[in-house]
Design a protein around this ligand. Structure first.
Ligand SMILES: C[S@@+](CC[C@H](N)C(=O)[O-])C[C@H]1O[C@@H](n2cnc3c(N)ncnc32)[C@H](O)[C@@H]1O
Length: 252
């Protein structure tokens, strides 16, 4: 399958005849209360480590205004709030249930700092934010879920200040052949089963590996983002390529 065909293949969680956006929203609303637990179990806690790495990489840019797109249950938002001490930090997500969990966690984990956090239900492909409003825009495991990847990336570009940073953490593909076999078996066979058992939604955890399979990664993803006016300044491959952090600067 060519790069173009891959990019045009739309993977949906439930029903191929319905819009991806509605299904993704429904799926995250369904699994919201078990999302954190499952993340910790299924990733053996590594996901938290990846988010910490992302924050470490963006800290030198000293962002004062931050937008976290597809913030989900708010882990990255909370981490950035603690470690980067911004003046303003906003999280948006399309799923009301994920945001509800995020609100509870922000209150519990941030104490007084919680006042600085703004959480809104919004579509990342149609942001209700002003142009060039943020020094830093982050998106962890979100862009893969966009219905139209390019329009989502264009929104990230629009709301990032010129000279500002966009940091994207997303699943990619394992490079080592031997590890790839073991991991693919786990990711495609065991993970959907465990996800189905714990979150009571087998399709949601079958959608995960399927959506990763068809999502552009590495240089293909960088080329796409750079075509919109960003410049890639750092790429960090995580845990044999299971995920990648991409850091871009808005140069024009
Ligand atoms: C895999 S979760 C990641 C959540 C969080 N960033 C994290 O790393 O744990 C994906 C999130 O993207 C959100 N999402 C999917 N499509 C979206 C869209 N078009 N606009 C905003 N959020 C979206 C989902 O509701 C979900 O909370």
């Amino acid at each position: 399958m060519s790069k173009k065909q891959k990019q045009q293949t739309v993977i949906v969680p439930y029903d191929e005849n319905e819009s991806k956006k509605e299904q993704v929203e429904l799926m995250f609303n369904r699994i919201a209360t078990r999302y954190d637990l499952l993340n910790d179990i299924l990733s053996f806690g590594i996901e938290n480590h990846w988010k910490k790495t992302l924050v470490r990489l963006i800290k030198p840019f000293k962002p004062k205004t931050i937008l976290d797109i597809a913030t989900g249950t708010g882990d990255l938002l909370i981490l950035m709030s603690k470690k980067l001490a911004p003046d303003r930090i906003v999280g948006i997500d399309i799923s009301a249930q994920m945001l509800e969990i995020a609100k509870q966690k922000v209150r519990k984990k941030l104490g007084d700092l919680a006042e600085k956090i703004e959480l809104y239900r919004q579509d990342g492909e149609n942001l209700q934010c002003q142009d060039e409003a943020f020094d830093l825009v982050t998106c962890a495991f979100g862009v893969r879920n966009f219905e139209n990847l390019e329009s989502g990336l264009k929104q990230i570009y629009r709301v990032t200040k010129t000279g500002g940073i966009a940091a994207i953490l997303e699943f990619s593909k394992v490079k080592n052949k031997l590890f790839s076999r073991v991991y693919t078996f786990y990711f495609e066979k065991i993970l959907p089963y465990l996800g189905g058992l714990i979150a009571k939604d087998f399709r949601a955890y079958k959608y995960l590996p399927e959506s990763v399979k068809y999502f552009p990664e590495g240089q293909d993803f960088i080329d796409l983002v750079e075509s919109l006016g960003f410049k890639s300044i750092r790429t960090k491959i995580l845990t044999f390529g299971i995920a990648t952090i991409y850091i871009f600067k808005k140069i024009q």
